[in-house]
Design a binder for this molecule. Structure first.
Ligand code: ADP
Ligand code: MG
Length: 255
């Protein structure tokens, strides 16, 4: 049975001056899914997310989040969503526990820092300064901070960009775990392999339009049904598989 819709976007338009960045898009996100917005740089993904997150004004259109209209109830919406800050948004000299205390105060949450750090496999970094962490650890930490207010929905804008293969896989596991615990996830990425593995459904965005929306499998089947075939026969493994097989994909201190 189809899960109910938790986000509904209708005819969303966003103009920056004369430039129309988002051109009347429509989509639904279902409760409990990982929904991917895919597309090249400049497609309008971040603009769309930031509008739903109530951080950017829209030009026109209607957005409903968990039954709340964004025009009427932005403050109510803020309470039930978790938004990932850019990694540059954290005080570099505070340790992870201190940073979580800051957020806990901000959200008046009762989340325990060590439980939260454990969730993202950073419990042994509780006293480490933010600036001392690797890229993958910073991303895991910033995902942890989205969970502080126990949100129904979290928004992750390119959480794996620039990470090494292990750190990417660790984040996939973490994001799936968050979804399995009942949180709806909206994620942007321009890695198609990642979207195929991670996302329950994806929307492909190009120049401000959604040009396809479905499960990754259905989109692939549609393409194959047109007679499309890859030019080369695909090997059973690729170089990334070699790399992961040689270096291991378990959690690592430095990833
Ligand atoms: P994406 O996240 O898909 O890479 P963005 O939503 O960041 O795309 O940007 C979509 C388009 O809108 C781009 O052409 C970008 O240059 C433009 N844009 C984004 N933010 C602004 C802004 N504040 N002022 C003017 N143009 C912007
Ligand atoms: Mg972006």
């Amino acid at each position: 049975m189809q899960a109910p819709s938790i986000i509904s976007v209708k005819n969303l338009v966003k103009s920056y001056g004369d430039f129309v960045a988002v051109k009347g898009i429509n989509f639904e996100v279902y409760e409990g899914e990982i929904f991917g917005l895919l597309g090249p740089n400049g497609a309008g993904k971040s603009t769309t997310l930031e509008i739903i997150e109530t951080l950017r004004p829209k030009t026109s259109g209607e957005i409903i989040v968990n039954g709340l209209n964004l025009d009427d109830s932005p403050e109510e919406i803020k309470k039930i969503i978790g938004v990932q800050l850019q990694t540059s948004g954290f005080y570099p000299n505070l340790n992870l526990t201190e940073l979580i205390h800051l957020f806990v105060g901000l959200y008046q949450s009762d989340v325990d820092p060590s439980t939260l750090l454990k969730k993202v496999n950073l419990e042994d970094k509780a006293k480490a300064k933010y600036k001392e962490m690797s890229g993958g650890q910073k991303q895991r930490f910033s995902i942890a901070t989205t969970l502080i207010n126990r949100p129904k929905i979290i928004f992750l804008d390119e959480p794996t960009t620039g990470l090494d293969p292990q750190a990417r896989r660790n984040l996939w596991d973490l994001i799936k775990e968050i979804r399995n615990n009942g949180t709806t996830v909206i994620i942007t990425t321009h890695y198609m392999d990642e979207a195929e593995i991670l996302c329950d459904r994806v929307a492909i965005v190009d120049s401000g339009n959604i040009i396809a929306i479905n499960t990754p499998n259905a989109l692939i089947d549609e393409l194959v049904a047109t007679g499309f075939e890859k030019e080369k026969e695909v090997k059973k493994a690729n170089l990334e598989d070699v790399f992961i097989n040689l270096t291991g994909k378990e959690w690592r201190a430095e990833s």
